[in-house]
Structure formats: structure tokens, C-alpha cells
Design a protein around this ligand. Structure first.
Ligand SMILES: Cc1ncc(COP(=O)(O)O)c(C=O)c1O
Length: 405
């Protein structure tokens, strides 16, 4: 993984240059587009705004509708679309190991949209190329998989089966994989989408590709594999020499990342990545007023989100990103060492910043005081700590001291 950081002045210059290439509602006569500047009463274009590239982007409000790695797109905002293309290339090629120019993608509203988008593309490609009906497609995933995947199968009319995992390793159980496949087949499923997690929401655990894909290969079932790296994608690849769930594995077709988690981008910055050959299958032909049509779930979306991700990636570079993630992991190690010395069990994947403890091992008063998130509001079995930028050594030590009382 390697890309260079840019000096702050150069980052500002590049964003201003991209904006200068965009259509300006201030200087051009624009009668047809339903877009405009952000509301001038609430977001006045103060002189300072013009100097600050991201605030300028937000107020100039470029629309990034559609996908800019595939075919043509709205020329009015070509400048900032170019920055989004750079984001997709860095995420796909440097972070997720793809060969140059082999992956399409866009900045989605979040991990939910990106997961749905991948499953939609798989479904439509099978339907168009092989005549497979939605009722013949099943989705296989671990019980720790994010609920957005259940939204996707509900929306797209697909079957879903969840696989049991081991309590402490959170590894997929082989017998449960087989049983889930057989249950799908009993419901008429002939084609399977395998959902693999690079960092589950509750545990930060990482699925083993062969645990799901091996049985599908042995049974000769046609499959597509998606990696949900919404939680782990901007940390695991930075804290490990190799990332097992990435485009380096030819069986993996698509990846979700979320820049509004570890990357500290504003909400609305999920990153959708998918090998070329899929996204055209979700193109809506009736989007005829959009140049290049629209293959994304979102429709109109803010260019300021894509520019924010670009600025963060360029500010840190791969080395700065690695140092940032290493610092989170060091603080997580401190927490785990403290729990070890107290004899408290927990689940944690090395190199990740999530630690989950049994609910019964954490006094309710401490879960409340430290806002530890439960796996279920009604029936908590686990409580998690996510060591983010704002979580300090002192806060970790205070929690450990309270736990020892
Ligand atoms: C693993 C995983 N996938 C998907 C999502 C959904 O992401 P978003 O809330 O950005 O739509 C999350 C959110 O926490 C997640 O942890």
C-alpha cells in the first residue's frame, strides 16, 4: 500500500482547481439544473469560505449524481468528479489490492447503500446473463453480519441464511455453513451471494473466506462474494501486512468501506467498490436526463463528501494513515492488557480497535456511564468498546480502575 501525502497548501490548491473546473452557479447563467448554492441566508459565502477549500465545496454544492468511473457523467461538475475518481482508485488499488483500472465505484451514502448496491448488481447480472430469477438467489452470511444485508435481501426479494459462529473466536462454524447452504437449496436456491466481513460491527471480527467459499466451490454452486469492510476497511489493511479479504483474491467481486467511521469523514461517505462488469447491470435506462444515466442507488449526492474523503487521504498519505491506525491499536492493546490483568474475558481481533465483553462481566452502571454499546437493547449479551480518536489513555485507565473496584 502506498500513496503520498500532499502538503496542506497543495491540497487546498487542488480542490480549488477542481472547483474552478466545475460549473459555477455564481458566474454562469444556469436555467435548467435544479441544483444551486447552499442557502445564502444560512450558509453565507463569507470571504473566509472561499479560502477554505472544503467549505467552498460545501457551499458551491456540486452534485455527484451517478458513477464517475464508468462511461460518461454530468460535465457540469467534472472537476470534483475527478477527485472522487482518485478516491476510488486509492481505495480499490492501494487499500484493497485491485489491479489498476479494474474496479468501478462511487462515494455512497454509507455502508448500507454500498452493501445493497453490490447485492443488486449481482442479482441483476445473473438475471440478465443467465436468466436467474431472484427467488433462485440466496445470501449466506455470518450471524454477526450487519443488518443492512437483511435490508438488501428484503428489498431485492432474495433468500437469506445466517451461519452460526463460535462464541469467543467468532469464526464461522463449518457444520452451520453446510446446514445453511442446504436450507437455501431446499428453498430452491441455485446461486449464492457470500457476504464476508472485514470487521463485524459488534466484534471487529474477520471472516475466513474459505469457510464460506470452500463449501460453495466443493458443491459447484455458482457464487459471488462481497466483502463488508464498512467497519474494518480503514483500519485492518493499515495494521496488517496483507489483507485476506480484498481484490487480491480473484473470488471477491466487491467491497464496502465506510469513510465516516475510522477515516473521520462526514456522514454520507460510504465507499462502494466493485469489479468492472457489474455496475452497468444496475443502470436505470429511464434516467435519461442524467448524462451517462445512473447506475447508483443514491441518485443526487453531495460532491463535498467525496472531496472530504480525498482531502483526508491526501493529508495523511498511506504512512500517516498507518501511524493513525497504529495509535488506535496501541490504545486498544492497553485496554486489553488491563482486562487481562483483571481476568475479564473479551473478543478482539488483533490489529482492530473493537473489544467486546460479556454483558454480565460489566456492571450495568459502568455500561451506562461509559456508553458501552450493547448487541441488543432488549437482551444485551455483549458490550463493546470502540477505541476511536477521541478515546484517550486516561479514559481507558479510568474505565479499568472502575472495573477493578
Ligand atoms: C459492518 C458494517 N456494515 C455496514 C454498516 C452500515 O453502515 P452505515 O451506517 O454507514 O450505512 C455498518 C455500520 O455500522 C457496519 O458496521
Amino acid at each position: 500500500m502506498h500513496w503520498n501525502a500532499l502538503p496542506p497548501a497543495e491540497i487546498q490548491r487542488r480542490v480549488h482547481r477542481a472547483l474552478d473546473r466545475n460549473l459555477s452557479y455564481r458566474t454562469r447563467t444556469v436555467l435548467g439544473l435544479p441544483g444551486t448554492l447552499l442557502d445564502g441566508e444560512v450558509f453565507p459565502a463569507l470571504p473566509d469560505f472561499a479560502k477554505r477549500a472544503w467549505l467552498r465545496t460545501a457551499t458551491e454544492n456540486p452534485n455527484h449524481i451517478g458513477c464517475h468511473t464508468l462511461g460518461s457523467s454530468e460535465p457540469a461538475f467534472a472537476g470534483t468528479h475527478g477527485l472522487e475518481r482518485e478516491v476510488i482508485a486509492i481505495c480499490a488499488e492501494q487499500i484493497m489490492g485491485a489491479e489498476p483500472d479494474t474496479v468501478d465505484g462511487y462515494v455512497a451514502s454509507g455502508g448500507t447503500e454500498s452493501n445493497i448496491q453490490a447485492i443488486w448488481a449481482f442479482r441483476n447480472r445473473w438475471a440478465r446473463e443467465d436468466g436467474v430469477s431472484a427467488g433462485s438467489i440466496g445470501l449466506l452470511c455470518s450471524e454477526d453480519t450487519h443488518y443492512s444485508v437483511h435490508k438488501a435481501t428484503d428489498l431485492l426479494g432474495l433468500h437469506i441464511e445466517t451461519v452460526a459462529v463460535d462464541t469467543w473466536s467468532r469464526a464461522l462454524e463449518a457444520r452451520s455453513v453446510d446446514a445453511s447452504i442446504e436450507r437455501l437449496q431446499a428453498r430452491g436456491v441455485t446461486h449464492i451471494i457470500a457476504m464476508l466481513n472485514l470487521g463485524t460491527t459488534m466484534f471487529g471480527s474477520v471472516d475466513e473466506a474459505n469457510a464460506l467459499l470452500g463449501p460453495l466451490e466443493r458443491r459447484g454452486i455458482p457464487f459471488r462474494a462481497h466483502v463488508d469492510a464498512a467497519f474494518g476497511g480503514f483500519i485492518y489493511p493499515f495494521t496488517h501486512d496483507t489483507t485476506p479479504l480484498s481484490f487480491v483474491d480473484p473470488r471477491i467481486d466487491s467491497v464496502t468501506l465506510d469513510a465516516h467511521k475510522m477515516l473521520q469523514a462526514p456522514y454520507g461517505t460510504g465507499i462502494h467498490l466493485i469489479r468492472k462488469g457489474f455496475l452497468q447491470h444496475t443502470t436505470t435506462e429511464t434516467a435519461s436526463y442524467v448524462p451517462g444515466l445512473d447506475c447508483t442507488l443514491a441518485g443526487s449526492r453531495s460532491g463535498a463528501n467525496a472531496v472530504a474523503v480525498w482531502m483526508i487521504l491526501m493529508t495523511y498519505g498511506s504512512e500517516g494513515g498507518t501511524a493513525f491506525c497504529d495509535a488506535l491499536v496501541t490504545r486498544t492493546d492497553r485496554l486489553c492488557a488491563g482486562l487481562d490483568s483483571l481476568g475479564i474475558r473479551y473478543v478482539r481481533t488483533p490489529g482492530m480497535n473493537v473489544v467486546a465483553m460479556r454483558n454480565e462481566d460489566v456492571p450495568a452502571e459502568l455500561s451506562e456511564r461509559y456508553l458501552l454499546v450493547a448487541d441488543s437493547h432488549d437482551d444485551a449479551k455483549w458490550r463493546k468498546i470502540v477505541v476511536m480518536e477521541h478515546v484517550t489513555d486516561a479514559q481507558i485507565d479510568a474505565f479499568l480502575a472502575d472495573m477493578s473496584r
